[in-house]
Design a protein around this ligand. Structure first.
Ligand SMILES: NC(=O)c1ccc[n+]([C@@H]2O[C@H](COP(=O)([O-])OP(=O)(O)OC[C@H]3O[C@@H](n4cnc5c(N)ncnc54)[C@H](OP(=O)(O)O)[C@@H]3O)[C@@H](O)[C@H]2O)c1
Length: 306
């Protein structure tokens, strides 16, 4: 029996990767890019998550974040994921990107204001102001809150070219059913949800549904967050020698390559505030990605340690 697209996705076959990326990555034919299905635009599949960028105004607090963002862009990174709910994160990113002159180079993704409960147009205007941007690359409904009323307004703003892409995010297993229904009911460009070697249930339904519907997927909590971190599981363990066969030199790259080698995944957004971690993480967007058999081997190893 021929393999269907859904079967292929489950098996992790046929990763949609291509070579060549902006900036430094472009100087090497080792770079991985992945396409956004609704447009065909390709992006570097490792971004930065910024739910800990909600700092104050002091140089002490902001300097490490500025350095991290500068290095990220220098290495060919694009996607920064933030949200109105992450304290001052949007404003910090907006200020630092302006100072560095990189606002137009970033792929800025943010989310509706579920903390301030500011809906629709007013919330969007606040995000533009804080991010100091003319256009926001991706606006998402945060945690699917008020999706029915937010999505139609977001669609209008996309038509007016203020948002390039629209979508929605969740981050826990108990929201996955609702996210699946959202994808089936709505014509959107992107969804965001959690996936990692330690949390693989989205491979059953959400990832195949996103692929079938032509929706790009942004993965949050790629290290399973700080509290249940995957790094704790592998603490004291040497990286297996066979990881070098898919150009992997650290546990972070082992975890991230597993995620972005899934054919339905477009980009993962590891949260970091450190230059050395950006350098490590962006390394996952270089060289070979694990194939289906190697992905199974990664799962077996992780499960044996967990
Ligand atoms: N519903 C939603 O929309 C939703 C919910 C949750 C999260 N998110 C998004 O997803 C992003 C990612 O989630 P997260 O930041 O909570 O968790 P995560 O990315 O799974 O893990 C972040 C942790 O990993 C550490 N880390 C990063 N790179 C590392 C490396 N190379 N080696 C060792 N440690 C490393 C970070 O510390 P350092 O700072 O020291 O690098 C931090 O402690 C968030 O920032 C946010 O943008 C969205």
């Amino acid at each position: 029996m021929p393999m269907t697209r859904r079967d292929a996705l489950r098996a992790g076959v046929g990763a949609a990767v291509s070579l060549g990326t902006p900036q430094l990555l472009a100087q090497s034919d080792q770079a991985v890019l992945k396409p956004i299905p609704s447009s065909g635009e390709t992006i570097t599949p490792i971004g930065i998550g910024t739910n800990r960028y909600g700092v104050g105004e002091s140089e002490d607090e902001r300097a490490p974040l500025r350095d991290t963002m500068a290095r990220f862009i220098e290495l060919g990174g694009q996607v920064m994921d933030t949200a109105a709910a992450y304290g001052t994160s949007e404003a910090v990113i907006g200020d630092l990107a302006m100072e560095l002159g990189i606002t137009s180079e970033l792929f800025l993704a943010t989310k509706t204001d579920i903390r301030g409960q500011i809906r629709g147009v007013e919330g969007f205007r606040n995000s533009f102001e804080r991010l100091r941007a003319e256009q926001i690359d991706l606006m998402m409904v945060h945690q699917l809150v008020n999706a029915d009323t937010e999505i139609p307004i977001m669609r209008e703003w996309k038509a007016a070219n203020r948002f390039r892409y629209i979508g929605a995010s969740v981050s826990s297993r108990d929201q996955h059913g609702e996210m699946e229904q959202f994808m089936l009911d709505n014509d959107v460009d992107f969804v965001q949800f959690n996936y990692s070697l330690g949390d693989r249930d989205v491979a059953e339904r959400l990832l195949p549904t996103a692929a079938d519907r032509g929706i790009a997927v942004m993965i949050n909590l790629p290290f399973r967050g700080a509290r249940r971190s995957l790094f704790n599981v592998v603490e004291g363990q040497a990286l297996p020698e066979w990881a070098a066969e898919f150009d992997c030199t650290s546990w972070a790259q082992f975890f991230l390559k597993y995620i972005i080698s899934h054919p339905a995944v477009t980009v993962a957004i590891p949260g970091t505030r450190q230059v050395r971690h950006v350098e490590d993480n962006i390394g996952a967007a270089r060289g070979r990605l694990p194939d289906a058999a190697e992905r199974r081997r990664q799962e077996e190893l992780f499960d044996s340690l967990a």
